[in-house]
Design a protein around this ligand. Structure first.
Ligand code: THU
Length: 162
């Protein structure tokens, strides 16, 4: 994606400009890389969620030899947060990444399925979720809402007859 189009969705930031809460969440996402199970891709992703009750939920990608059975770090963390604290609101999700095979020089962008899941939680809680992407080179991109990342999404009312 061209830089100027990317910046319509995300704001580039410097790590040290972020609040201490956000920097701590990024560190959690980075630490979560250690629990990634990615023997097939060698691509490690960590996700850390801050809830409005102060709890932090961490996740990492979990792969499987039957490839589609694996799950991205973001959804591991999102579903665990939903299962453990169903009434809490998600304030922020931070995502960090690294590869065992090459040097990752910029952030990665969450896949469509993860955006769909984030967007539904955002809709359900009627409060924006901030998405912070982080690279091993300390590049940071911030999206203030998930809605901006997934316009015209499939929403639950579309499932009902009207
Ligand atoms: N992956 C994530 O965990 N999050 C993303 O946003 C993109 C991709 C994982 C899935 C798979 O385990 C590996 O990265 C390579 O696609």
């Amino acid at each position: 994606m061209q830089e100027e189009k990317l910046e319509l969705l995300f704001i580039r930031a410097k790590l040290l400009e972020l609040s201490s809460e956000e920097q701590a969440l990024i560190k959690n996402a980075k630490d979560s890389l250690n629990s990634a199970y990615a023997p097939y891709s060698g691509f490690l992703v960590g996700a850390s969620i801050l809830l409005d009750n102060g709890e932090v939920i961490n996740g990492s990608n979990q792969e499987n030899v039957a490839y589609p059975s694996g799950l991205c770090a973001e959804r591991v963390a999102l579903f665990y947060a939903g299962a453990r604290f169903p009434d809490a609101k998600i304030k922020t999700i931070a995502v960090s990444v690294m590869s065992k095979n090459f040097k990752v020089t910029d952030v990665i962008s969450p896949c469509g399925a993860c955006r769909q899941v984030m967007a539904e939680y955002e809709d359900k809680q009627e409060q924006a979720i901030k998405v912070i992407l982080h690279s091993p080179t300390d590049q940071v991109l911030i999206a203030n809402t998930v809605e901006s990342l997934l316009p015209f999404m499939f929403k639950s009312p579309l499932l009902k007859q009207h």
